[in-house]
Design a protein around this ligand. Structure first.
Ligand SMILES: *[C@@H]1O[C@H](CO)[C@@H](O)[C@H](O)[C@H]1NC(C)=O
Ligand SMILES: *[C@@H]1O[C@H](CO)[C@@H](O)[C@H](O)[C@H]1NC(C)=O
Ligand SMILES: *[C@@H]1O[C@H](CO)[C@@H](O)[C@H](O)[C@H]1NC(C)=O
Length: 327
C-alpha cells in the first residue's frame, strides 16, 4: 500500500488541488509505520499529522469493532440504495456526509448547502434551520444509479459525526417530547406511547400525547413490538443503522465532543476556508443532565437501553456511563 504514496506531503493551505490532495493524504496516513523503530519515522510534522493519527486510530477502532461484531453475529446483509438516504453528497468537493440527527446535523446540512450552492449562500447561519431540512435542498446518495453510488463511495471523502449515545438519546427525548413548539412528534409517537405504556391515562393525554415521560419513552424503545413496527425514527435510531459504518468505510469519524476541531478539520481537507458555525447553546444536553434522566428509570431499563445502543458505544469508543446500573 505504501508504494502508491507518491504524492508527497500535502500543503493544506495551497488552494486548487483539493481532489488529489485528499487522496494523497489518505495514502500517506496509511503508510505511517505502526512500529516506529522499524522504519524511519515520518518527518516531524505540524499539529496536522497528530490529528491525522488520531483519526486513523478512530478508523482502526471502527474496523476492529466491525470485525469483532461480524464474527459474533450471523447476520449478513448488503446495502441497498434505501440504506443510503442519510448520505448527503457534495459533488464539487467530493464529499459524502452521513447525517445523524442530534449531532449538529442542522449545522452540517447548512454547511453542505453552502458547499454545494454554487455561491448561492456564503454564511451557513443565514440559512434557516427548517430550510436545511428540506430534502430537495441537498443531494442524497440514494438518488444516484448503482454505478454512480459505487464510484462515489470509492472515491469521495466520507465522514460522519457521532455523539455519546445516551446524551444523544436524551437530547432527542427533550427536543421531541418536552418542548411545546412542535406537536407533530406528540401526535405521531406520543399518543401511541401514552396508549401503550401508561395505565390510567387521561383522555387528554391519550389525545395529545404531549407529556410522555422518559420512563415511557424508554419502555417504547426497548419493546419488541416497536422493533416489529419497522425501523426506529431517525432521531433515536442508532448511528450503526443510519450510517452503516461496517459497510461504508468512513474516512473521518468526527465527534460532537470535539465538534469544532473535527468539523474544521473536515473543511480544511475539503479545501474550504469556511469555518464551521458554532454557537453556545445553553439548552444543550449534558452528561449530568443525561444521568438525571437515567436516575428516573429502572436498572432493567438501563440494561435494555444499553443493549439497544451497544454497537454505537463500541464502534465509536464511548465508555459505559458511570451512572449506568447494570445488574
Ligand atoms: C478510546 O477511548 C479511550 C478512553 O477515552 C482513549 O484513551 C483511546 O485513545 C480511545 N481510542 C480511540 C481509538 O479513539
Ligand atoms: C415539526 O416537526 C416535523 C417533523 O420533524 C417537521 O416536519 C416540521 O417542520 C416541524 N415544525 C416546526 C414548526 O418546527
Ligand atoms: C423524575 O421523576 C420525577 C417523578 O416522576 C419527576 O418529577 C421528575 O421531573 C423526573 N426527572 C427527570 C429528569 O425526568
Amino acid at each position: 500500500m505504501c508504494s502508491d504514496s507518491g504524492h508527497g506531503l500535502i500543503d493544506l493551505e495551497s488552494p486548487g488541488k483539493q481532489g488529489n490532495s485528499l487522496k494523497g493524504l489518505f495514502r500517506i496516513i496509511i503508510c505511517i509505520p505502526k512500529d516506529e523503530s522499524l522504519s524511519p519515522s515520518p518527518p516531524p510534522q505540524s499539529e496536522f499529522s497528530s490529528v491525522a493519527i488520531l483519526h486513523q486510530a478512530r478508523r482502526d477502532h471502527v474496523a476492529e469493532s466491525c470485525r469483532a461484531h461480524s464474527a459474533s453475529s450471523r447476520k449478513r446483509r448488503v446495502l441497498t440504495p434505501g440504506d443510503l438516504k442519510h448520505l448527503v453528497v457534495d459533488e464539487e468537493h467530493e464529499l459524502i456526509y452521513c447525517y445523524v440527527p442530534k449531532v449538529a446535523c442542522s449545522n452540517w446540512k447548512r454547511v453542505m448547502m453552502v458547499l454545494t450552492g454554487r455561491g448561492k449562500y456564503s454564511d451557513p447561519m443565514e440559512i434557516p434551520s427548517n430550510e436545511a431540512h428540506v430534502p430537495s435542498n441537498l443531494k442524497y446518495l440514494n438518488q444516484y444509479s448503482i454505478a454512480e453510488i459505487n464510484h462515489r463511495l470509492k472515491s469521495y471523502l466520507k465522514f460522519l459525526f457521532v455523539r455519546e449515545p445516551f446524551e444523544r438519546l436524551v437530547s432527542a427525548y427533550r427536543n421531541k417530547f418536552t418542548l411545546k413548539y412542535n406537536s407533530s412528534f406528540h401526535r405521531r409517537f406520543g399518543t401511541k406511547i401514552v396508549r401503550r405504556y401508561r395505565k390510567d391515562a387521561t383522555q387528554e393525554a391519550l389525545l395529545s400525547g404531549a407529556d410522555v415521560k422518559f420512563r415511557e419513552f424508554a419502555e417504547y424503545l426497548v419493546d419488541p413490538a416497536t422493533q416489529r413496527d419497522g425501523p426506529l425514527n431517525e432521531h433515536w435510531q442508532t448511528v450503526y443503522q443510519l450510517c452503516h459504518p461496517c459497510h461504508i468505510h468512513y474516512d473521518l469519524v468526527g465527534k460532537y465532543e470535539t465538534l469544532e476541531e473535527d468539523a474544521n478539520y473536515v473543511l480544511r481537507l475539503a479545501g474550504e476556508s469556511l469555518r464551521f458555525p458554532t454557537y453556545a447553546k445553553s439548552t444543550r444536553t449534558t452528561d449530568s443532565m443525561t444521568a438525571q434522566f437515567f436516575s428516573n428509570i429502572s436498572s432493567q431499563q438501563h440494561g435494555q437501553l444499553f443493549q439497544l445502543y451497544k454497537l454505537d458505544f463500541l464502534m465509536f469508543n464511548y465508555s459505559t456511563p458511570s451512572y449506568l446500573r447494570l445488574d
